[in-house]
Design a protein around this ligand. Structure first.
Ligand code: FEO
Length: 177
């Protein structure tokens, strides 16, 4: 059985991950509207990854005898000024998510819930990657500036990102999504 406060915090995090998915899908739509198909593909993959993060928490909560309780998902922003603004927001959002995961780990530590702490280690590692990839694209877009050829080259590059696969409904422990 899982502690009530941890159950509530994991449910909040499921909502936050689904909101992240929603933001990235909205960013994908804005990028697609600009004709940046590669950027759009990159964001579609990110959307799937965030849904997978929510599923990973969902399955963990069930495995601990907790109850998944879904909440309303906040409406995301739908328009940005530029691809740079989009990726700056994505980077900022990932930093916010890292803070949330750290708070969750603090709570698990406080409650001496080692299983939750161990589960969260995957998210802690994942956040390092998520922040790094968003920051890298921000840096590239800043270098590119108004150079449309540079933007097209980056678009082509980002379009090579393999589409994330959907998290298996009952994945084995430790399996990558
Ligand atoms: Fe699920 Fe990008 O954090």
């Amino acid at each position: 059985m899982i502690d009530d406060e941890i159950e509530e915090a994991i449910n909040d995090q499921i909502n936050a991950e689904l909101y992240s998915a929603y933001i990235y899908l909205s960013m994908a739509a804005d990028l697609g509207e600009r004709g940046l198909d590669g950027f759009e593909t990159w964001m579609h993959s990110q959307f799937i990854e965030e849904t997978n993060h929510a599923m990973r928490l969902y399955q963990y909560l069930e495995s601990r005898g907790g109850r998944v309780k879904l909440e309303e998902i906040e409406k995301p922003k739908i328009e940005w000024d530029s691809p740079l603004e989009i990726f700056k927001d994505a980077y900022e959002h990932e930093q916010y998510v890292t803070g949330r995961i750290n708070d969750l780990a603090d709570l698990a530590e406080e409650k001496n819930d080692r299983a939750t702490l161990q589960m969260l280690q995957w998210f802690i590692d994942e956040q390092v990657e998520e922040e790094e990839s968003a920051e890298e694209i921000v840096d590239k877009l800043e270098m590119i500036g108004d150079d449309s050829r540079g933007l097209m080259m980056l678009d082509k590059d980002l379009g090579q990102r393999p589409m994330a696969s959907v998290f298996p409904v009952k994945a084995e422990e430790g399996e990558e999504e």
